[in-house]
Design a binder for this molecule. Structure first.
Ligand SMILES: [Cu+2]
Length: 275
């Protein structure tokens, strides 16, 4: 009984499966791979889709070859036969090394470039970011503390608010810091997750693109009430933001007067008292 041409048959199966799977991965799975509340979140989602699309033919190659072997290279019943000796194939080996190296190195470059392309992809780039978006930015300071976040708006008299409200389609410069121990500021739908460390100003840029309510969480275990460190933030229209911020300025006027002056970082207690 002559063997069929396994190489050609398997390649055909693999190519057909890839052609069917790729549009599903890009158009059905892709939109599920992240959020779209900001330019940064959408950028992250596109990057995840690219990674998933590149991985699709590779996953299919491995899984289908396993399945193909189980079905067609099965040991005949009753026999315990040695397979034919395999002594390597220069063409296959060279192709494998070149293709896999190109994919891995290419994705490493892609990932690194994309991190900077989105101004740190919402991850926070430390006190002096490598790339800064041009044009006007609204600075908002995120102050983490056990166990809540507060927000200061330095361009609105340094008022400190217990909730985060942002205007839509404006570039926001988040200055993330902490008053006590390490936390992490996570605005889920906006694609922002930035370390909040005492004595550090961690800058993350984000441009919200949707009027929506988003989740704020602490993403760094920070003590017994870490799990309760969550809130809802809001992205609102320009007009609604102006109304809100002026309300906050009036409501917290007395508190603003006794706050320490706005600064990129604040010393935690008891260092604060000691100067
Ligand atoms: Cu925390």
């Amino acid at each position: 009984m002559s063997e069929p041409n396994h190489a050609r048959r398997f390649t055909t199966i693999w190519v057909v499966a890839t052609v069917i799977a790729l549009p599903i991965v890009i158009f059905v799975l892709g939109p599920l791979l992240g959020q779209s509340g900001s330019e940064q979140a959408s950028g992250q989602r596109t990057d995840m889709t690219v990674l998933a699309a590149v991985a699709t033919p590779i996953i299919l190659l491995v899984m289908l070859y396993l399945l193909y072997s189980v079905i067609f290279f099965r040991q005949p019943t009753g026999g315990a036969l040695e397979g034919p000796a395999v002594r390597g194939d220069a063409r296959i080996q060279t192709t494998w090394i070149v293709v896999t190296s190109t994919i891995v190195l290419g994705l490493a470059v892609f990932g690194t470039v994309q991190l900077e392309a989105d101004y740190g992809s919402g991850s926070g780039n430390g006190p002096t970011p490598l790339t800064v978006p041009s044009g006007p930015k609204l600075p908002v300071q995120v102050i983490a503390q056990q166990w809540y976040f507060t927000y200061r708006y330095p361009t609105y008299g340094g008022v400190e608010t217990p909730h985060l409200v942002l205007p839509v389609n404006k570039m926001i410069e988040l200055n993330v810091t902490s008053l006590d121990i390490i936390h992490s500021f996570w605005a889920y739908q906006l694609g922002v997750k930035a370390d909040a460390n005492p004595n550090v100003n961690n800058v993350a840029f984000v441009k919200p693109t949707k009027v929506e309510t988003f989740d704020v969480r602490c993403a760094e275990l920070c003590g017994i009430w870490h799990g309760a460190m969550h809130d809802k933030g809001k992205v609102v229209s320009d007009g609604a933001f102006n109304t809100w911020i002026h309300e906050q300025q009036a409501r917290f006027a007395a508190a603003t007067k006794v706050l320490p002056p706005y600064s990129k970082t604040y010393l935690p207690e008891p260092t604060r008292r000691g100067g």
